[in-house]
Design a binder for this molecule. Structure first.
Ligand code: SF4
Length: 319
């Protein structure tokens, strides 16, 4: 295989891998431990919306146990990891729903408990950009001075018509305001993007990547839209109200999105990794290895890599 021209990878990938970032930051491999703490979301409880985003099934994972304490969940993850890896170290990932949406003393207690776990070396907190209130930001800034912290923000798309359609109840400008608050406080951010949202064209998805690039996030997660059992999206899918991307279309879009994303931005995920028992469509996403391999192959075929067009995109020239 020809050597990749891209430098932020340890395994000849053409994009900035999480593995490269973690090894550079910690000098060793670190594992994410997903925990769930019974949070809700302002888009579910009626504060901003009811029913949530049309693709949301409200939960994070298929192996989390919100009935257990943070420490018990981390112990359980550690025991699972220890079967494969000796002395595994973890980043506690508060993933399900909106993990900054709660009383500040409760948030402090949960985050502090996670950090106190002897095998935890960092925190990752998933939330909405409109749930970053001043007291929460103060707490995040304090945590950031003590540990490796990432705040993961669901952006999904920059297109207002799609945000309305998916019942996001948060405009893109509200998103940017929240994102900027984290940036100002020097907190590491990871933005989530979904490809294949109903009625979005290739150009619209590329525009989402271009505008993400302008924000210069520390990291992004890109994934294909999943239709999950029991969601409003499932109804739309079963009524054939929109069409899904094929695997080849998704791979092609991701390759072009990577070209415009800054090379320094870590690509923390490039394909989905959800609960297969609840997945209705597209079934090709269940074969993660084929998607990852397809993206590698496409980038090589095009002889391109992450950030190849980043400078051009930021000078406003045509791509
Ligand atoms: S913001 Fe997140 S948790 Fe809230 S409804 Fe949307 S996807 Fe679900």
């Amino acid at each position: 295989m020809q050597k990749s021209p891209f430098r932020y990878s340890l395994d000849n990938k053409r994009y900035h891998t999480l593995n490269y970032h973690i090894k550079s930051r910690f000098g060793r491999k670190i594992y994410k431990a997903v925990i769930e703490c019974g949070f809700t979301c302002p888009n579910i409880d009626g504060t901003k919306g009811i029913g949530g985003c049309i693709f949301c099934d409200g939960g994070s994972g298929y192996f989390t146990r919100p009935d257990l304490t943070v420490t018990q969940q981390l112990d359980s993850e550690y025991n699972r990891l220890s079967k494969k890896y000796e002395n595994a170290e973890m980043i506690a990932y508060f993933q399900a729903n909106t993990n900054t949406y709660g009383d500040i003393s409760h948030l402090r207690k949960l985050y502090t408990e996670a950090l106190a776990h002897e095998n935890v070396v960092g925190l990752s907190i998933g939330t909405r950009a409109d749930c970053l209130f001043d007291d929460v930001l103060d707490l995040l800034e304090e945590l950031n001075s003590r540990t490796y912290l990432t705040v993961e923000l669901g952006m999904q798309t920059v297109h207002e018509e799609t945000l309305r359609l998916i019942n996001r109840c948060c405009t893109h400008s509200e998103f940017v305001k929240g994102y900027d608050k984290l940036k100002k406080r020097g907190i590491r951010t990871c933005l989530h993007i979904i490809n294949g949202l109903p009625f979005e064209s290739h150009e619209m998805m590329l525009e989402t990547a271009l505008r993400t690039a302008e924000m210069y996030p520390d990291a992004v997660k890109i994934q294909m839209l999943h239709v999950i059992k029991g969601t409003r999206l499932e109804e739309m899918y079963l009524n054939s109200e929109f069409s899904m991307l094929s695997r080849d279309e998704y791979i092609n879009i991701v390759a072009h999105q990577l070209e415009v994303i800054p090379p320094e931005t870590v690509i923390e995920r490039i394909t989905g990794d959800g609960d297969k028992s609840k997945l209705i469509a597209p079934m090709w996403t269940a074969d993660k290895i084929a998607v990852l391999g397809g993206i590698d192959k496409k980038l090589a075929e095009l002889d391109t890599w992450q950030g190849r067009l980043y400078d051009i995109s930021n000078t406003g020239d045509d791509l």
